[in-house]
Design a protein around this ligand. Sequence first.
Ligand code: KIV
Ligand code: ZN
Length: 511
Amino acid sequence: MERIYVLDTTLRDGEQVPGAKLTGAEKLEIARQLAVLGVDVIEAGFPASSPGDFEAVRTISREIRGAGVTALARAVQSDIDAVWEAVRDAEQPQIHIVLGVSDIHLQGKFRRSREDILAMGVEAVRYAKKFTPYVQYSTEDAGRADLGYLTQTVTAVIEAGATVVNIPDTTGYCDPREFGRIILTIKNEVPNIDQAILSVHCHNDLGMATANTLAAIKNGARRIEATINGLGERAGNTALEEVVMALKVKADFYGAMTHIHTEEIARTSRLVSSLTGIWVQPNKAIVGSNAFAHSSGIHQDGVLKNRQTYEIIDPHSVGITESRIVLTARSGRHALRARLRDLGREVDDARLEQFHQQFLELADRKKEVYDEDLLSLLAEQERTHEERAYELLALKVSLGTNSIPRAVVTLRFPDRREETAEAQGSGPVDAAYSAIDQLVGKQARLLEFSLQSVTEGIDAQARVSVRIEIDNDVFIGRGIDSDIVLSGVKAYLDAWNRAAFRESNPTLVRA
Ligand code: KIV
Ligand code: ZN
């Protein structure tokens, strides 16, 4: 079996999803889980992009053991310096340099010749090698590049000391046969390819990221870059869980395997989804809520007789268990901590105390508390740990068949000032959103509002996710409550808080 190394870029490419900006604490929590999942390298961010990102990468480098940590740099010394300062305390610090290789990028972005860009890349690798032996070079937009120039570039950067050469299909343009051929050509025609690890990074614009990554493995790639739940720019990146499970389920066909602890996949997916606020589509392979649900009578009958009739993956192997432990208001701190531990979440005494109170409030309203409820509640508590600009103190709504819906909202501001506003709208949520806009002193444009129930039953918690636009920037917010209106208001305020967080941690450049 060939070993396939896995670089997870959820915290860098994944975080480039509009509105999915994570706080430092959220990034660290995801990094911890990625280490438990067993990824080989965590790409923790793009340090030159903002002081906040720099700090997050540095904290992750200092805290995480058991996985290498890398971060992105453009091929300029100041970016490489920033990466090195941020990753230097990692167990295995790495530097990731990216520079365009397609003529479209060279002419459109840089307006420089192929020779100039090649020299710039080589110089950047030599510079990065002064800091660490582990230097990765990514040939951005390789999927649309001239193959001769691509092989020339790969040869030159390996010669300069790159230990990983990454071939990105940046725009998700390739077909699996095409992409496989690119990898095979590099494998066969780059004379020093055995001195570096050949890696791939695919985007999903045509829905072929997983197929392209697998085709690359078939043709000699030995490392993949991927994200949890397939998050990433535009249509996203290769979903880590899909490639890992394809290699596992079809081990005979691929003859390759990763060191990922697949039983941690579901937990990691849930954590990323709850912290980024980007829900996983129900029919998403491996981690969607329907991925192991059989609905048609014929299928159910088949599965009851023998699971394998309609199931190619044992749900336990990705961490989905059928057993549901239900907690109630009588469950004490001990039971709560034990359940959280089973779900992979450690909380210290102070947090447990606070969490127990919130749990009791929920258990009073909702007799049975399921794992999904606990995880959602925990995600909400984690976010409220971060500094919040606006805190909801009170909400009152009135509506009826023959009256205009109205809402009265009271917020607390960072300077502890409390203010109330009243507004009317097409419904109670709309009215409350207008009241919040009045209080904040700015108007947001609601781009998306989605409502899901966390568990079954009339007392289920409602989970709302919103996307709002403020000053041309998009922010995601999430809220959860057994009251639909309140969960909608919490989500809206969460998005406003993220906007305030961004204002105090501006992004200087984007990858
Ligand atoms: O898509 C891309 O080309 C990238 C590089 C930085 C690897 O994200
Ligand atoms: Zn990318």
